[in-house]
Design a protein around this ligand. Sequence first.
Ligand SMILES: Nc1ncnc2c1ncn2[C@@H]1O[C@H](COP(=O)(O)OP(=O)(O)OP(=O)(O)O)[C@@H](O)[C@H]1O
Length: 715
Amino acid sequence: MADAGPTLPTRVTNNSLKRKAIIEEEEEALDQPRKLPAVGATRPNRPLQPSRTAVNLNTSRGAGGAAVPKPLTKPKAPTLTRSTRGTSAPPTSSKPLQKPTGPSRVVAGRVASGSGSTRTTGRSSDDKRFQDLQSQLTSIEEARAADAARLASDMESERNKVAELQANHLALSRELAAAKSLELNQRRELVHFSDEIESLKKKHSMEVMDLEMDIKKRDRELREVNEDLRICRADLERERETVSSLKNTIAHQSTAHLSLTTQNHALEAQSAALQSQIDVYSRTVSDLTLKLETAQKEVEDLKKEAMESELVRRKLHNMVQELKGNIRVFCRVRPVLPSDLTTYAGSLTSSSSSASSADGGSVDFEKAKEELQANLSYPDQRDHKEIVVSSSSSSATGQERKEIYNFTFDRVFEPDSTQSEVFEEISQLAQSCIDGYNVCIFAYGQTGSGKSFTMEGGPSETSAGMIPRAVEQVFRVAEHMKSKGWEYKMEGQFLEIYNETVNDLLGKGEFDKKKHEIKHDPKTGATRVTDVEVVPLSSPSQVRSLLAIAQSRRSVAATLMNERSSRSHSVFTLRISGVNVGIDGCAGTGERCEGSLNLVDLAGSERLNVSFANGADKERVKETQSINKSLSALGDVIAALGEKGEKGGDKHIPYRNSKLTYLLQNSLSGNSKTLMVLNLSPLAAHLQESLTSLRFATKVNNTTIGTAKKQTRVS
Ligand SMILES: Nc1ncnc2c1ncn2[C@@H]1O[C@H](COP(=O)(O)OP(=O)(O)OP(=O)(O)O)[C@@H](O)[C@H]1O
């Protein structure tokens, strides 16, 4: 479109220019009337020569029915001989033909070639022919003259006609000129109008271009405006949303404002009421402050009193313990186990032996149990202090002799007694330990009598033994003692004495390799063993994991040497150190105490087997000897302590006779409290061992360490 615009006017201009030129030419032509040549004007007197034009004119007119000129007389053609060159042109002169002066070259040629007689005959015929031709020529000349006359008259009539025609032509030319002038004017007008149209078109195209550009500009503007409109609409939409959310917020806030205003009024009313109450209360408070000050003073006095009474309680507790005896003995009989039925199936009667099978019924089990167990009875059902062992034997005379052994201890636990019942009786010792006493609890008895079960117990809460229970109790008491101004720190170690060698059950070294020395501090009375793991204890659960570590260490050792746990003593020591720091700003006494709780699982106390004595198993003999040695050393120490207690003086106590007594030196002497739990097998097969253990325990039980002396009966 843009290109078409500018070219259009140019084309228009060219066309109009051409048109103008044509018109101007035509104009010029019209200005001068066409000059037609006047017929005969050039040579008017000259007679018209017959010409082709004239002939044609005559012919055409003839066709229109006008006067047709007469045809020219046709001259007779001369008969030419063969040797004569024929020609249509008449001879240029009208002179009669002259006798040729000589024969033509052809004739001469012929003559020359012919013979002499022939040449004479030919000349006479030629003359004759020449005369014929002359006569023909004359007739032609005559015909020609007649034709010329006739033509002259025809020419005259034709000239008249031409003049007439020229007049007509002139008139027509004038008409034509007028018409052309009219046409010219009209063409001029046309050109003018065309120019106008061209300029209008040009103007129009310019306007169209301007309009198109304007439209494009408007389109752009429209797009921009549309975009602006779209953005504005989006803004408007957002603003509307904001406005609506603001309206909602305002609505909520006005509701909240209303409710707050209402609340405010209510609160103001309450505040006024409370203010009056406050006034009342402030008077009460000042009264109460006075009372509180008095009460605080009283509390301070009471705390002091409590601390003093704590000291008194300790003294009294110690006195009670002493009255109970600083060395006490419990006896515990384990139940008959299903495994016993398997072990002693051979000594069962056939009727009850089926109980040893896996699917043996409970009736059979009870029967087998009856058969296997020793005759043990517990007559003291009120205080549970007695155990009676009955046995029958045949005398040399064959008489059956029935023997009854009656033993009394601080407490006897029957086979169905639980771990918690046993612990109940010894829990007071945990309190003594916290109070700064050295406590020593032994489990004594033959292999399989239940020592480990009593001391360590099983994994469940109900089967937990004395060690975890005592530790828990110590932590409980320590926690309780915080309210009385005491703070405690605890640590534990777990040792094993095997063949008079000390091993660390919590250590990492190989058993029986590392040398551990036992050292006593005479000033503090503390006992330390070199190179052993002493673990700080922060919770009772930690003790369980320590027991598990010791157990696994012993299991590994057991694979190397059978029944290691039965053949060694294990000593778990819990050391407690406390200081009285006071409570809640009330200064403590600064009193310090250090106690220890030793829980000892002794090796099996059975006597040396005869077969071993023969040296069949030297290692086992060595084990048994060292066990017996240490156990008898323990008995000796306890006996010496008893004697010292009775008689006083500087009685030598043979602590150094065994590693066990040397290790426990500070826990067996002085203000220490010792408990021996005698574990008994209920089986008849173990009766003799049980009696030996009962006698040993009675001996210990009769020993008095400290001030109180216990009354015992020995059968
Ligand atoms: N009071 C009891 N109630 C139930 N089972 C018991 C009781 N006492 C001991 N036992 C079981 O008897 C078996 C032997 O007990 P334990 O291992 O404690 O004997 P021990 O005297 O420690 O033997 P060892 O000297 O070989 O270590 C164990 O299976 C134990 O679970």
